[in-house]
Design a protein around this ligand. Sequence first.
Ligand SMILES: Cc1cc2nc3c(=O)[nH]c(=O)nc-3n(C[C@H](O)[C@H](O)[C@H](O)COP(=O)(O)O)c2cc1C
Length: 235
Amino acid sequence: MKIVMLNGQNHKGSTYHIGRMIADKTEGENEITEFFFPKDLNHFCAGCYQCIEDQAACPYYEEKKRIIDALDAADILIVTTPTYCMHMSAPLKSFFDLTFDLWMSHKPMESCFKKRAVIVSTAAGTGTKSAIKDVRDCLVYLGIPKIYGYGIAVQAMNWDGVAANKKEKIGKMTDRLARKLSQSGAPNVGIKTAFLFKMMGMMQKKGWNSSPTETRYWKEKGWLDGKKPWKEKGV
Ligand SMILES: Cc1cc2nc3c(=O)[nH]c(=O)nc-3n(C[C@H](O)[C@H](O)[C@H](O)COP(=O)(O)O)c2cc1C
């Protein structure tokens, strides 16, 4: 399987280590591709809305493209972020801002509806819940139907500082998450994703879009005529 890690930090601290453990423990002949932010995408969204008309018109398209291509090809996504001020890290937020044109409200990628994802966040004490929710909201809108979250207060500033008993607990939890990711085949699409997709389709039909190119995109995919991106035959 193809596993893509989106790391909301350049360094390899507790959060990265946990994410990487999950990737390494996932069964099968896996190819793991890692991106680090801001190293691999060092920009903020300019708010120019060029991407809404044409993805390639984003001023940062060159850098974004290889990440989006990897995301498109991935079976599994592992998103890691340290909890910073109770939320996801700013570079990770910036990555999501820079890919908002791929949200269900605009031009979602079909492949996203067939992926599993894990979100990992560590904090010294508190805040992983809100950090994970930040990321989950984005992944839901990208169309990812199966999302697991793992947050832990490590009481440390780096991986070396994490106590042995915590590492043991992390070991067990990462085993469990890797087992969930090792399942073959695409995950079931639940009511939440299906409902959101339906609502977004209704908005496109009513012309409540950000650009007519969005409605064209949905039409071309057959999604306005009952096709579903997660169904093999589409309907
Ligand atoms: C800018 C910054 C903000 C932080 N905010 C929080 C916070 O809101 N709550 C918390 O418990 N820890 C906070 N921490 C501590 C980190 O979340 C914690 O040490 C985490 O495990 C670091 O992960 P890493 O080893 O992957 O870098 C913060 C650390 C930094 C540098």
